[in-house]
Design a protein. Structure first.
Length: 230
């Protein structure tokens, strides 16, 4: 996400975490890979651990936009499912889901920032999905000045989006190949550095699972942890 209008700092935030520990998210192992449906009622997602958040980049409370994120993993892929309440959607005209959409963050979007390198926390990947299924994946390196954001990088991740207009909730599902984010053998107990975001442009809300304390989402010091569970 690029720099945007500043919000006042409010030192008050509430996060609901599946593990009951600040900054920690669990991903449960699935027995096999599965088709993307963007539906939390499917057998795959019903028992998946989740985190939820309803606060912004500075920890300020944001009402009516509660966001839940669940995670599953297999030997080859890492899955996320976002469920976000909305009042009205801000969508890009003429969506193209056949290729990545640059500046997708200028529209409503769900985002995952994730890195496997705990020594160089300035290197990580960014994945975004819109309510219409548009997407972008980015290779981020904050070490150079200015930072290097590689939009030509291709993770081969897959996504699915769905809007439930009756309930005013939109869903975004991601299937991220482990090989695109980690060179280690994939096994239970592996940890990743992660943050989860959602942009809701109707009322200029920028939600963050772990508040980053700045306008730009790119503050890896604020990232939480994702742990692969059995």
């Amino acid at each position: 996400m690029l720099p945007i209008t500043c919000f006042a700092f409010v030192f008050c935030w509430v996060t609901t975490l599946a593990a009951g520990e600040p900054g920690l998210m669990s991903s449960r192992r699935a027995s096999t890979d599965f088709p993307l449906t963007a539906d939390p009622a499917t057998k795959w997602w019903k028992q998946a651990p989740a985190v939820s958040f309803s606060h912004g980049r500075y920890g300020e409370r944001i009402s009516g936009l509660e966001t839940e994120v669940r995670s599953l993993w297999t030997s080859g892929n890492l899955y996320f499912l976002f469920s976000g309440r909305y009042d009205a959607l801000h969508l890009k005209p003429n969506p193209d889901t056949t290729k990545d959409t640059w500046e997708l963050w200028d529209w409503d979007v769900a985002e995952v920032f994730i890195g496997s390198d705990f020594r160089d926390i300035n290197r990580y990947k960014e994945f975004e999905v819109s309510p219409r299924g548009e997407w972008i994946d980015l290779d981020i390196n904050l070490n150079p000045k200015p930072p290097a954001i590689n939009a030509k990088w291709n993770s081969a991740f897959e996504c699915k989006a769905r809007v439930d207009q009756a309930r005013k909730i939109w869903y975004a599902e991601m299937k991220i190949p482990f090989r695109s984010i980690d060179s280690r053998p994939i096994k239970t107990g592996l940890e990743y550095r992660i943050n989860l975001y959602r942009i809701h442009w109707t009322n200029k809300s920028f939600l963050a699972w772990q508040p980053v304390g700045q306008d730009w989402f790119h503050n890896p010091k604020a990232f939480g942890r994702l742990v692969l569970k059995p």
